[in-house]
Design a protein. Structure first.
Length: 352
């Protein structure tokens, strides 16, 4: 079975869960990733043979930073891509046929379902939300893009199956839906190794900070030094990082091991963070996220789970974290929620 796996180039969260699923496929499955995300990422995360064919057929959101979307630029960029995609359908379908593709999987590129239909092969959407859900709010302000929105809806409706990664939006426009529990990577608790490597005492608390490739602005992270009982970890450079904030190499400690080791994850609220927090029982400190349809669903899920600690933008930027950090220390980590979401997705795709 040869699967062409289209992955949005919007951010690494989609690629992380894609890699987790790919690692669960049986040896009977060949995979070709069709994406503009770096091949190096997949070489790091996917522990099996695969092919890589770079291409981009969507834009996600045009962001100023991890929390703020430029709505007009987003819709304009997608419109230009959609026009280009319409001229590429025949050639992309020919390419898939030349690869002897048996199925298309998409997270969450709308164009992929047109390609599958053109080739006469089944297609699977892997998603907790889609660009239709995100853009629907935006088009209420910029109504000139209504036709693009309706076209996206029709594209998603062409999928043979939706694997809805819980907590997920309703996405009622898919004709067949299967709910899947939290899907992500499983890491090892390496707390003792981490503390030893960075010369920290065994009584220190670990906070993992990650805001994705877009970063976050308006925060003076040098003031993290006031939290003397905490050591903070980050896989991305942090401007003005104090001595209790450590830049971690993935070759030393993979991100999933950091998530399994930390007492708290400090992040934007995206699916990848929520899934891996739940899988490892690690609480989340996060900000509100406007103009992004998945936020209310994820916010409700982590509050109900008991590990969600929201902060206002003002309190977060002022590093007024101490009350929340004290509660995290008092309550401790949560019981992990072991999940075979990735394995269930892989199995469902193989059964097509």
């Amino acid at each position: 079975m040869h699967v062409i796996y289209y992955v949005t180039s919007h951010g690494y969260g989609h690629a992380v869960r894609t890699a987790a699923i790919a690692n669960e496929f049986s040896g009977n499955v060949r995979i070709t990733f069709r994406t503009a995300l770096p091949e190096a990422f997949f070489r790091e995360e996917v522990h099996r043979d695969f092919s890589y064919a770079p291409a981009s057929f969507d834009c996600g959101c045009v962001q100023n930073d991890s929390l703020n979307v430029d709505i007009k630029k987003t819709l304009s960029a997608y419109h230009a891509i959609a026009v280009k995609n319409s001229s590429l359908l025949e050639s992309e379908a020919r390419w898939c046929r030349a690869q002897k593709a048996d199925a298309v999987v998409s997270d969450i590129v709308p164009f992929a379902f047109d390609v599958a239909e053109k080739c006469g092969i089944p297609s699977v959407a892997v998603a907790n939300f889609t660009w239709y859900d995100i853009y629907e709010e935006y088009v209420q302000e910029f109504t000139e893009y209504k036709n693009d929105l309706e076209h996206i809806r029709r594209q998603y409706a062409g999928a043979s199956l939706l694997l809805a990664l819980e907590p997920a939006l309703p996405m009622g426009y898919f004709k067949k839906r299967t709910a899947v529990p939290p899907t992500g990577r499983r890491g090892r608790n390496r707390r003792v190794e981490i503390l030893r490597k960075y010369g920290c005492g065994p009584d220190k608390h670990l906070g993992l900070i990650y805001f994705g490739p877009f970063g976050i602005t308006g925060i003076d992270f040098s003031e993290l030094s006031v939290f003397a009982e905490w050591e903070f970890l980050s896989v991305c450079p942090i401007d003005g990082a104090p001595s209790n904030c450590h830049l971690i190499s993935k070759t030393d400690f993979p991100y999933q091991d950091l998530a399994a080791s930390a007492d708290l994850m400090v992040c934007k609220l995206g699916y990848g963070a929520v899934a891996e927090a739940m899988i490892h029982g690690t609480p989340l400190l996060y900000l509100p996220r406007g103009h992004f349809a998945e936020f209310p669903v994820l916010d409700a899920a982590v509050r109900s789970w008991g590990g969600g600690y929201p902060l206002s933008h003002e309190a977060f930027a002022a590093l007024d974290w101490r009350p929340k950090l004290a509660t995290v220390i008092e309550r401790g980590r949560l019981k992990p929620c072991p999940s075979d979401g990735a394995g269930l997705c892989a199995s469902a795709i193989e059964k097509l």
